[in-house]
Design a protein around this ligand. Structure first.
Ligand SMILES: [Zn+2]
Length: 408
């Protein structure tokens, strides 16, 4: 029976699990209730399960069947990844399985990823005798800014079968962008790198009527904010885009008091390592130069967050072939440009070749151009994609392990 038909049989179960996860979102690296639900859902499947030490991750290994039933030394392995965490967002969708946790919501659709990967585990367990190797199922907490993938890599997820996985696949649903059910791929740079900037301008406080006897950090901070934008347009190639947005600008307590210090925080997105490294040099140089010109001090913290998400050309072509075989060319959108979001699946793709596939879960008939996007309190993700997502995860593993199986 084709995987898609088997997956359709699981649809009701996957919807139940997804709604259950959606009602009780958890944030960060510690997701005890979510972990419990995943373990319950995987119960009874022939999996070797390892729980995270420093986080509530779940690593499940499915051993492909051998004719003799025994494992015979290192065999090829592939990894499938789902993230499980929610966001600090107050849900306003009005769906009947709305979040019951105050101030927390599955606003990025990670509840769907978790449910789809559970579905894939069931599908693969049924076909394990056909697998030419082993599958690592990576259920990851803390994608939303907590770098959960790095914890799992340090704790050995890439070698969970006893050998390094040869390919890794992740998936992400969107509540807008593309028509319902469209799978999105892109070889090379698919998502931006994300970095943070924290700046403190240290002047000398004084009376607002006598700025010459003080060192005003406010005017210096104001100059820095505009100079950063000018730098982006003058020093960076417009065909290798850079985004720098100041989201925090704080100084002072009273209008006639020159404060001691001023604070700036910004997010920086880049789409190449060259631009990322150039930014790391250019930003502190600019800010220190402005501070020196005005005789004040500046402390610059450049915080490296997630690197570029770079997919392998070969693995992306594999995914495109599998998507086309399962769902038809019509359901595939090959992106010409990356998306300016960031992902810690980039950590996995920096270690092993693989790819990341987008899946539109916009409501059927919904307008992808105007539907609220991921992270919005109004973002809704359609359950109708769960079976197809599970089928794709499973087929990616089967197809890749088939291709990797040693000749016998
Ligand atoms: Zn996400």
């Amino acid at each position: 029976m084709p995987t898609t038909a088997d997956a359709t049989d699981l649809q009701e179960e996957l919807i139940r699990l997804r709604h259950d996860l959606h009602r009780q979102p958890e944030i960060g690296l510690q997701l005890p209730r979510t972990q419990e639900k995943v373990l319950q859902a995987l119960d009874g499947l022939p999996l070797e399960i390892t729980l995270g030490k420093d986080t509530t991750s779940v690593t499940a290994v499915l051993r492909g069947g051998h004719p003799g039933g025994e494992s015979v030394g290192p065999r090829p392995a592939v990894l499938l990844r789902a993230d499980m965490d929610g966001l600090p967002v107050q849900e306003k969708t009005g769906v009947d399985f709305t979040s019951q946790a105050d101030g927390a919501m599955h606003a990025c659709g990670h509840d769907l990823h978790t449910s789809m990967l559970v579905g894939a585990a069931t599908l693969l367990a049924d076909k394990k005798h056909l697998l030419g190797g082993d599958v690592v199922l990576m259920f990851q907490p803390g994608e939303e800014g907590f770098d959960g993938a790095s914890y799992m890599i340090r704790e050995g997820v890439l070698d969970a079968t006893g050998t390094r996985v040869q390919a890794a696949y992740g998936m992400h649903v969107f509540s807008a962008l593309e028509p319902h059910g469209t799978f999105c791929t892109k070889p090379g740079v698919m998502l931006s790198a994300s970095d943070g900037l924290e700046v403190t301008v240290l002047g000398a406080g004084g009376h607002g009527s006598a700025p010459h006897s003080a060192k005003d950090p406010v005017t210096v901070a104001a100059e820095m904010v505009t100079a950063l934008q000018v730098m982006v347009t003058r020093q960076f190639n417009m065909f290798d885009p850079v985004v720098l947005s100041v989201g925090v600008l704080h100084a002072g307590t009273k209008r006639n008091v020159i404060p001691e210090s001023a604070r700036i925080e910004a997010t920086i997105r880049t789409f190449s390592d060259a631009s990322r490294h150039k930014m790391m040099d250019a930003v502190p140089r600019l800010l220190k130069g402005i501070a020196a010109a005005h005789g004040v001090e500046v402390a610059v913290d450049y915080l490296q967050e997630y690197p570029l998400t770079i997919t392998s050309e070969d693995e992306t072509r594999t995914a495109e072939r599998v998507i086309t075989e399962l769902f038809g060319e019509r359901r595939l959108s090959r992106w010409a440009t990356p998306l300016s979001g960031s992902e810690d699946f980039s950590r996995v793709l920096a270690e092993v070749p693989g790819t990341f596939v987008g899946l539109s879960a916009v409501a059927p008939g919904g307008d992808p151009a105007t539907s609220p996007f991921n992270h919005s309190p109004y973002a809704t993700f359609d359950d109708g994609v769960l079976a197809d997502g599970a089928a794709l995860y499973a087929e990616l593993a089967m197809s890749r392990l088939g291709a990797l199986a040693p000749a016998s």
